[in-house]
Design a protein around this ligand. Structure first.
Ligand code: AMP
Length: 407
């Protein structure tokens, strides 16, 4: 890969799921998003590409997209289109940054992708069978299509590799950790990293703080002086808080009990805990908090219960992590629910006054914007900070490529 002398300006950020691709094209001079897009239903009937050039309308393209390589080709076609493109030619893309869900213990930071790195990501497929294979499809497709363009992997797990052993070991025989790498890894790392940096900028220093990422997937991270020391997701993104459709932590003895009673095999129980549980399972109505809030307002008891259980669990984690950090300076809400629900933020923070904080009801009305929402002079500050995982991926890609060019 000939990086020498190459100026890195335009970064293509790629996030591949099993049947989807999210992408952004970012000009790193001013960190300006040039276009973004979403491809859905890859390998299924009715696949679509939604492409949005910055400041313009979304273009909706319906075409057969049998695999990720065709998807990436379509995204590049849209980015270079005469009508709605933002670059003339694919060669204007200087580097590609890929979201990779699992980096195991090997990847403690983002890396330039080489054949050895590819083998490392492949090795993590065993512990992330749903996530890492589609990430690899995207990487392989981009490497084939954009030969010679540097590709960087940015891992969801890397930010949490600073956790101490006491936080990441489970109460299982130690050999299971040695033999199979069974331990807490934690996820949402790019989101927690972005918010960690913004919170430190807002407070003008790194202190003890709690990052609360509440979206379809939800996790809390305890950040001590800028480093993750514990986080609620575990070996997989199923552990920890109750989520939209995921159970979060449960007594492990429930699993064989339900398998026997409900006649489920391993794959069925996995599906049950990942896709049919959480607030969807408790409410029996929806995995979306907007639906639950309006149903609860109409008097639906189970929707109210799902909301109550969720908020209670978050509050319990806050208490646990404050103890782990030996105090707290700030609590930060991010992601879909954290950024947009004054109601849920209020419910979670209600009763945390003993920590030295109180939410300001007027400031808390903010949605999707960065703002401090605690009362003036609160000892523990509460912030809403919209996350930006794509920007973290673009920045890491840019910095790694520039560092290599300089060597
Ligand atoms: P994310 O996975 O970060 O995109 O978050 C999606 C989730 O955020 C949705 O399923 C909703 O539960 C929640 N959410 C988004 N907007 C709002 C809102 N205005 N009020 C309440 N919940 C919201």
């Amino acid at each position: 890969m000939a990086l020498t002398g190459r100026l890195i300006v335009i970064v293509f950020v790629v996030n591949c799921g099993s049947s989807s691709i999210k992408y952004q094209l970012i000009n790193m001079e001013g960190e300006r998003v040039m276009a973004k897009g979403l491809i859905e239903r890859i390998g299924m009937e009715g696949s679509t590409l939604k492409h949005t050039p910055a400041g313009k309308y979304t273009i909706d393209l319906k075409e057969e997209i049998p695999d990720h390589k065709v998807g990436i080709c379509m995204a590049i076609k849209a980015l270079t289109s005469k009508e709605y493109g933002v670059i003339k030619d694919m060669s204007e893309i200087d580097a590609v940054g890929h979201r990779v869900v699992h980096g195991g213990e090997r990847f403690t930071d983002s890396v330039l992708i080489t054949s050895d790195v590819l083998r490392g990501i492949e090795a993590c497929c065993e512990i992330a069978p749903l996530h890492n294979p589609p990430n690899l499809y995207g990487i392989n497709a981009c490497m084939e299509i954009m030969r010679g363009t540097p590709q960087v992997a940015v891992f969801d797990t890397a930010f949490h590799q600073t956790m101490p052993k006491v936080a990441y070991l489970y109460g299982l025989p130690y050999e299971m950790y040695v033999k199979y790498g069974v331990r807490r890894y934690g996820f949402h790392g790019t989101s927690h990293k972005y918010v960690a940096l913004r919170a430190a900028e807002l407070m003008q220093e790194h202190m003890n703080d709690l990052r609360i990422h509440l979206g379809n997937g939800a996790s809390i991270a305890a950040i001590k002086y800028g480093k993750s020391i514990d986080t609620s997701m575990g070996y997989t993104p199923l552990e920890g808080l109750i989520m939209g459709t995921r159970s979060g932590e449960i007594d492990p003895a429930i699993i064989p009990f339900l398998m026997e009673k409900e006649n489920m095999n391993a794959q069925q129980i996995d599906d049950y805990l990942n896709r049919r549980s959480g607030i969807l399972g408790i409410s029996g109505l929806s995995s979306d908090f907007r639906d639950l809030e309006s149903a609860a307002n109409r008097g639906d008891d189970r929707s109210q219960l799902a909301i109550d259980v969720f908020a209670y669990k978050v509050k319990k984690y806050i208490g646990g992590y404050v103890a782990a950090m030996g105090g707290v300076d700030a609590i930060v809400f991010t992601a879909g629910l954290g950024e947009n629900s004054p109601f849920m933020r209020d419910k979670i923070c209600n009763g945390l006054e003993y920590l030295g904080t109180r939410i300001d009801p007027d400031l808390n009305q903010v949605r999707g914007k960065e703002r401090e929402i605690s009362v003036r002079r609160a000892r523990v500050k509460i912030f809403v900070i919209p996350t930006n995982e794509e920007l973290v991926i673009a920045r890491d890609t840019y910095n790694i490529c520039r560092r290599i060019i300089k060597l």
